[in-house]
Ligand binder design. Structure first.
Ligand code: MLT
Ligand code: ZN
Length: 478
């Protein structure tokens, strides 16, 4: 009987999907509604491992009005929608594994407006982040958000996940650069949020609700991006350090006296694995940890100050070695070591932790976190790295070959849960930059209160009354 009911349900789902696909084909034409398996596999997952792509179709709209029509069709047929940008996410936020319609923004990459008076550009949401950086540079301006996947991620996805990256310490996250958003919500309404205004005091700013919303309210279709004057030349140093306390002292010395663009850290095994993969040698002597510091010296005295921080640390025995890049090429080579970590580790299908606490609490947190991890499992290799200047630490646990994905998840989850509980105690975040998606829904409650989560659910109900927008993402099950 149950079997028959299920079949009945499947049949009605198929009939609804087929009807929606027919209407979508007449809206977009066959070339922009993809129904083949290889497109499903390409567009139905992101960079997090372990998902099977099972979308019902891939829609490729070219403008906001088409997105609106797509949402209206999906809503009429109760079809879930997964908004899809560059699919570089690491939490399953862009995964379509349950027959959803993927709305991919790849064809929406046009520049809509350049405004020299405001130093802003308005672009469609499918613009690749690196193209936006280039566009800004061509005008003599600067788009500061940058990270390893900026060559494939899209600005709409950056906004939906409030992407961070390497320069947050100086410029903030994506949110800080966005002065306007156009989105189509789950009702099929087009919302023009803040329209690029610098000052707009007309009540709560819905633009900020859409930043970091992970597609659960609607699809971002356009963004007005506030650009900055081009920065001055920067210097890059790589330090080899004895331990976390040495990194934290270095961070406070640099941030108290110099303009820092980035302050990143790598553990020894992270550097070892990256240099092996790139067939490169380390520019500094071996040490338990390394810090990559990029700063913008205003005068020669600033550069001397950086060198004297190094000399004093060396004398105290906290710093083992350091190198100051003498050219652009050397600076790029040092950055490459940091930026290649994620890709280097991906063959081990790591269990990723992307966490943060306030910088002032880092010392105490790291001590407790290290003790927690040390109590764990000897067979698991831990790789630490991250944007420590922002209080953001990535801990990757590598999967031993002999363990299946399920066995590995079982072994890792006590560490992940222990981390989440420790973060709750420290008032930290279970996701500093990667987001919640499908992967971290069960941990959301350690960083957001029950009252906040129920308010979020209620807000989703307003923008998306039928629950069609990115179903199952971000919010824990009822
Ligand atoms: C990084 O900092 O490299 C990125 O957030 C990606 C990652 O954590 O693997
Ligand atoms: Zn990161």
């Amino acid at each position: 009987m149950i079997y028959d009911d299920e079949k009945q349900h499947d049949r009605s789902l198929d009939a609804r999907t087929n009807e929606a696909v027919k209407e979508l084909t007449s809206l977009l034409g066959e070339s922009r509604l993809l129904l083949d398996q290889s497109s499903f596999e390409r567009f139905g997952v992101d960079r997090s491992p372990g998902w099977t792509a099972r979308p019902c179709a891939i829609a490729l709209p070219e403008n906001t009005l088409e997105v609106q029509s797509i949402v209206q069709i999906a809503r009429r047929h109760s079809l879930g929608i997964v908004p899809s940008g560059g699919r570089t996410g690491l939490c399953g936020g862009a995964v379509a594994a349950a027959g959803e319609l993927v709305v991919a923004l790849d064809r929406m990459n046009r520049v809509m407006d350049v405004d020299p008076a405001d130093r802003s550009v308005t672009v469609q949401a499918g613009m690749i982040t690196a193209q936006l950086q280039t566009l800004a540079a061509e005008k003599g301006w600067f788009y500061p958000v940058d990270f390893a996947s900026s060559g494939s991620s899209q600005i709409g996805g950056n906004i939906a996940t409030n992407a961070g990256g390497i320069r947050v310490i100086r410029y903030g996250m994506t949110r800080a650069q966005i002065s306007g958003i156009v989105a189509v919500d789950g009702r099929g309404e087009i919302l023009g949020l803040n329209r690029g205004l610098a000052k707009n005091n007309t009540g709560p700013d819905f633009r900020h609700l859409f930043v970091g919303s992970e597609g659960i309210f609607g699809i971002i279709t356009e963004a007005t991006v506030q650009l900055l004057p081009a920065p001055g030349p920067s210097k890059v140093m790589l330090f080899a350090l004895q331990g976390f306390p040495a990194i934290l002292r270095l961070l406070s010395e640099f941030s108290n006296s110099l303009e820092i663009n980035a302050f990143e850290f790598l553990s020894h095994n992270a550097l070892e694995r990256v240099t092996a993969r790139l067939a490169a040698s380390s520019p500094v002597a071996p040490a338990p940890f390394y810090a990559l510091v990029e700063f913008e010296p205003a005068t020669e005295a600033d550069e001397e100050r950086a060198v004297s921080i190094f000399e004093q640390g060396l004398e105290r025995g906290e710093i083992v070695d350091a190198v100051l890049a003498g050219s652009e090429a050397q600076a790029r080579a040092i950055w490459r070591l940091r930026e290649s970590i994620s890709e280097t580790l991906s063959p081990w299908k790591p269990w990723k932790n992307d966490i943060s606490v306030r910088v002032g609490r880092l010392g105490a947190f790291i001590e407790r976190a290290s003790a927690l991890v040390a109590e764990g499992d000897d067979e698991l290799e831990l790789v630490w790295y991250g944007h420590i200047g922002d209080g953001n630490i990535h801990l990757n646990i590598l999967k031993p070959d002999r363990l299946s994905a399920e066995e590995f998840a079982e072994r890792c989850s006590p560490v992940a849960k222990g981390f989440a509980m420790l973060l709750q105690e420290f008032g930290g975040s279970v996701s500093a930059e990667h987001g919640i998606g499908l992967l971290k829904r069960d941990y959301l409650k350690y960083s957001r209160s029950e009252a906040e989560i129920s308010a979020l659910r209620a807000i989703k109900g307003i923008f998306d009354p039928d629950g069609i927008m990115n179903p199952g993402k971000l919010l824990p099950g009822p």
